[in-house]
Ligand binder design. Sequence first.
Ligand code: NAP
Length: 506
Amino acid sequence: MFHPHGKHLIAGQWVAGSDHFPSSPASGESYDFSVGRVADVNAAVEAAEAAFAAYSSTSRAERAAFLHAIADEIEARADGITAIGSQETGLPEARLQGECGRTTGQLRLFAEHILQGDYLDRRHDKALPDRVPLPRPDLRMVQRPIGPVAVFGASNFPLAFSTAGGDTAAALAAGCPVVVKGHSAHPGTGEIIAEAILAAVERCKMPAGVFSLIQGGNRQVGAALVQHPLIKAVGFTGSLGGGRALFDLCAQRPEPIPFFGELGSVNPMFIFDEALNARGDDLAKGWAGSLTMGAGQFCTNPGIAVLRAGPEADRFIDTAAAALAESPAQTMLTDGIAQAYRDGQRRMAGVEGVREVLATDSQARTATPFLYTTDAQNWLSNETLSGEVFGPLGLVVTVADMDEMRAVAHSLEGQLTCTMHLDDGDSETAAPFLPILERKAGRVLANGFPTGVEVADTMVHGGPYPASTNFGATSVGTMSIRRFLRPVCYQNIPEALLPADLRDDA
Ligand code: NAP
């Protein structure tokens, strides 16, 4: 069993703090962790900047080998990672084993992706010395790494989207050093992953400042990190409130920097008539399964189902309620998230015109499902009903007709996903929805459930605000690497001085 020592990792050194905070595991022993100080943040960021020149000029092959080495070192510690991860977060061991594979798979996918070189989007406008009235200079463009990146991992993916998760893998693949602000929900998991990254740094002889982990314990750490003048971008997954606070700090800096925040989403599903009539029971059961998966703690949890009022809708609601009622109480990631779930549930229950279909007894750090229903007019006039409740809570919104369903679609805020359930006979009715939904979400799906985000070249995990703070980006998939690059044009620069990726023999 892995026993954390509780120190920060700053540029290859384990550094103890003077104050400590205890971890709050769902089960097992609690350990003390060093509270992050502004001095620790400064030391880590300065080391990251010192490492930048060397790391950003490594070859793509060297960085790919480094990403593979991190994956290997994580695999070498897989049992310890699963054990502490499961204790800290309450997520089942099987889930964490799967997530470990997703983490290493992601690192290796990014390694292979940068080797191909397409992500550099290299362009060359050759010199036209004889052009009249003016000659054209030689112009070349390539994407270059931006500098040290700050990463705030997700509480709900302690491996795949935390310390060595998507943001870290993307920044390292791009050629940027990383400073991670450890998530207080899984500090020991963060530590063992940092140990794996350190082993890879040493094995691949990378500069020590390429990776640091500062544990939290107070909000000063995150604020100091995003405000540090040497940090050039931030990757964040978390709440709308926390993300917005840090986004605002980034925008207020003397030099504002991009904040790539993945925040909340209710991921609405639109169920069209033919599909509802033909397979309403299956859809209701499938929805219940998706809503309760991982105690509903998925950013892509489909919290709202929109469908036409009538006997088929009533049956859908009854079937979903029966399926949800069978779901056992599940442990949530933290006491705070469990409390926020109950607060959100009470908020929804308190809205006039909302009918409680299934009420359960959610206690302490566990979550049990809730199901509510309301009509479209009530939903459209109550902002509370469109907010995310992070957990296994569903809301069915019934519409009188398709005009009302379109009104619901039009009024949505930005989402990570929107889903349509449709059969062949629904195509004509559903067609006008796609142009609406593609303006609302980063990913639009048909006949599936949005939980389960493929790590792939085509994936977009993002969307208009508040789903994310930057609608042009994704935090999942190989396109996420682009967040930590910026285009530079080189005009008449002699071949020998160009970045290696731009030379004629690259
Ligand atoms: P959170 O409270 O926003 O925390 C996220 C991280 O930011 C933590 O490291 C936290 O530090 C830090 N932080 C938050 N507010 C801060 C502030 N004002 N100043 C400095 N640092 C701050 O979110 P969470 O509890 O981890 O996650 C639950 C929420 O995440 C849910 O509401 C869900 O909607 C959202 N979520 C979104 C996605 C997505 O992909 N869009 C995925 C998963 C979860 P501490 O460690 O000290 O708390």
